[in-house]
Ligand binder design. Sequence first.
Ligand code: AMP
Length: 288
Amino acid sequence: MVGMEVCRDIASMRRVVQAARGLGRRIGFVPTMGALHRGHISLIEAAQRDAGFVLVSIFVNPTQFGPNEDYGRYPRDERGDLEKCRAAGAEAVFLPGVEEMYPGGARTTIHVSGLSETLCGRHRPGHFDGVATVVAKLFNIVRPDVAYFGRKDAQQLAIVRRMARDLDMGIEIVGCPIVREPDGLAMSSRNAYLAPEDRERATSIHGALLEGRRRILSGECDATSVRGAMMRVLSAGRPSTIDYVSVVDPETLAEVERVGGAVLLAIAAHFGTTRLIDNELVERAESQ
Ligand code: AMP
């Protein structure tokens, strides 16, 4: 690989992609908000394995943050991120500023109904409209063959998949496994905010997911009792707020009453002032 292209404007990004496509390369795209960690790197590696030309975008998108959320203090590390992209084998990075992405604001919004209002959508109004819209913009700029998203953000993945399908974008959407710290905490750029005591307690999120999984795999069918068991484990970690502990259908994201074949266990909770999310897909043979 000869140097990595770093593009800050849409026109030069398009030129780089066109050149790669002209060489017959398949374009793999990894959209991120930066402060890259091993979770992000795993997406870049997945893209490299099956796409070829890997393009990473780093853009802290203001429209997906609520007025009292952490847009202003979201961790930013441009130099470190570029180094990590280079080391992971990315061939291009798109690093637009807010003015480049939203010159004079924007009047068009993509809303994926049904999937955007539940779970995190209930607690972060407008969040997924911001996500869907910026992902659509990035897709239009990059026009990738395939795009990679982490299952860590399961609702986001479901929304992006649905948007790509509904709008016939012709882009393959690949979901990648959740990368965790050795003690089970899902990697997140926001983990950097956690005070040491909160960092330790936050492992109760994964503990609660494992408890839910254990119960389901041992035959429990009543979603309310699974939720209750998860809630007890999570509460033992003393989160400052619990947004939700949910047992949902993996596709519709609607709460289920009885556990059938596959369910998504999903949690959002605050430790100190840090909001964390995590989930676990549990698949059980129908005969159980
Ligand atoms: P973000 O920078 O947080 O917007 O995340 C960019 C992409 O990385 C999204 O597709 C996330 O789902 C994915 N991602 C973030 N954390 C993880 C993780 N721990 N494991 C796998 N993918 C992740």
